[in-house]
Design a binder for this molecule. Structure first.
Ligand code: FIX
Ligand code: ZN
Length: 417
């Protein structure tokens, strides 16, 4: 394998291996075709992504209800006119739409929404899945699978066939964040629970988790958690985490993915676009990693202010794997800042990005944009050691890149602490 001795060869090698990297996307909201309309795809879904709805509503004084009463096409027309024609589309979410159009080979300069819609006419979802995975080089993606979502649950219980490229993740927000309103659902499903978290109820919650792990074969269990997330504390959430999630996670050797810092529906009128962010308590992450050294934790935090302490926590706990630049952090300026910080504090032992794609097409832009930034930062880090006289072999760059874009995730799943 070639030895890299100069910056020009280094830049070419890093760009090549990053461009070629086969990606494991560890967190998305995508679904296999088994789930029908739950899998969002195509130009109108792309334009009506909740990020773009939030940005559009800043320009409009129409009542939220009026917007929601519009058809999907009418919403897309309004968003397109507002964000792409009446204003320049340089926000990250707008730019993403343009990157998708470009990578699909469409006439971006033409600004002709009708022609973009024509591209999708006659396309089948299975054809488009293959096309998007081919362009984005996403080899495997992890879904978000919530047994409390009726439309989704029925597929799991009746017709799910799956696709080896799509892995499941057992999402348990309702169990952790809304126990008093959601325990009755477990009762409905035959689990002998009551609101009071007595021994029987805790045992039945563990049975519920095990049943869904058997059914979904998830690569991890996950929950999005508020800035106030705290363990230990006298709350149903804290008790369920320690008495149910932690023991099942260890027994089944399935990491618990904590996505911390979401302030749900600060503006309910915006629906999915109405969530915000708050600084969270790293002490809870440290407490769980320290008290449960044999458990594995995947963690991403939503506040920029939490990023440095999360990296330091990962230096202290090998059972903590940091992942992604989540949501309001998935913007070039913050992806660069976080990636630089993580490479400097954690070296190769991090998952720098996930897409969080809600619309299939987004895999194309979220990964195109992130690859470029990760490649640039990685080149600079290699360049720094090259300047000391260290020589770098091409196969070492490929090795590191493969770890960053998926290998670290799969190795973490296999580790036994
Ligand atoms: O909790 C989550 O998985 C969040 O990513 C979503 O709720 C959020 O709406 C989103 O898609 C952000 O990118
Ligand atoms: Zn998400």
């Amino acid at each position: 394998m070639k030895v890299i001795r100069n910056a020009y060869d280094l830049r070419k090698a890093v760009d090549r291996f990053v461009d070629q990297a086969k990606i494991t996307d560890v967190h998305t909201h995508l679904f296999t075709p088994d789930f029908g309309d739950l899998l969002l795809w195509g130009i109108d879904e792309l334009i009506t992504y909740h990020y773009l709805i939030a940005e559009t509503m800043r320009w409009l004084d129409m009542p939220y209800e009026k917007f929601w009463s519009l058809s999907k096409t009418e919403q897309a027309d309004l968003i397109w006119d507002t964000l792409f024609i009446k204003n320049s589309p340089y926000s990250e979410a707008c730019r993403g739409v343009l990157t998708v159009l470009e990578k699909l080979g469409l006439d971006v300069a033409g600004r002709d929404l009708a022609s973009y819609r024509n591209f999708f006419r006659g396309m089948t979802i299975r054809e488009y899945i293959d096309m998007v995975l081919e362009i984005s080089k996403v080899e495997t993606l992890v879904m978000t699978n919530d047994p409390f979502e009726d439309a989704e649950r029925s597929v799991w219980l009746t017709s799910y066939k799956g696709d080896p490229r799509f892995k499941a993740a057992l999402r348990i927000d309702p169990l952790l964040n809304d126990w008093s309103n959601k325990y009755s659902r477990l009762k409905e499903w035959g689990y002998d629970v009551e609101e009071k978290l007595n021994g029987k109820t805790l045992s039945e919650i563990r049975r519920f988790l095990n049943d869904w792990i058997d059914r979904m074969e998830p690569v991890y269990m996950a929950a999005s958690l508020p800035p106030t997330f705290k363990v230990p504390e006298e709350s149903a959430r804290s008790i369920i985490v320690e008495e149910c999630i932690i023991p099942v996670s260890r027994e089944r050797d399935i990491p618990f993915a904590m996505m911390i810092g979401v302030k749900k529906l600060v503006n309910p009128g915006l629906k999915l676009a109405g969530d915000s962010v708050g600084k969270s308590d790293i002490n809870t992450v440290e407490y769980l990693c320290s008290k449960y050294p044999h458990n594995k934790f995947l963690v991403t935090m939503l506040a920029r202010e939490n990023q440095h302490e999360l990296c330091v926590a990962a230096r202290k706990f090998r059972n903590l794997l940091v992942f992604g630049c989540w949501w309001f952090l998935n913007n070039p300026s913050l992806v660069e800042e976080m990636t630089r910080m993580r490479f400097e504090l954690l070296g190769v032992s991090v998952i720098p990005q996930h897409s969080d794609a809600r619309v299939l097409d987004q895999l194309i832009y979220k990964w195109e944009h992130s690859r470029r930034i990760i490649a640039r930062v990685l080149y600079e880090k290699y360049r720094d050691i090259l300047d000391t006289g260290w020589v770098i072999r091409e196969d070492e760059i490929r090795r590191d890149v493969d770890k960053l874009f998926g290998g670290n995730f799969w190795s973490f799943l296999k580790m036994k602490f």
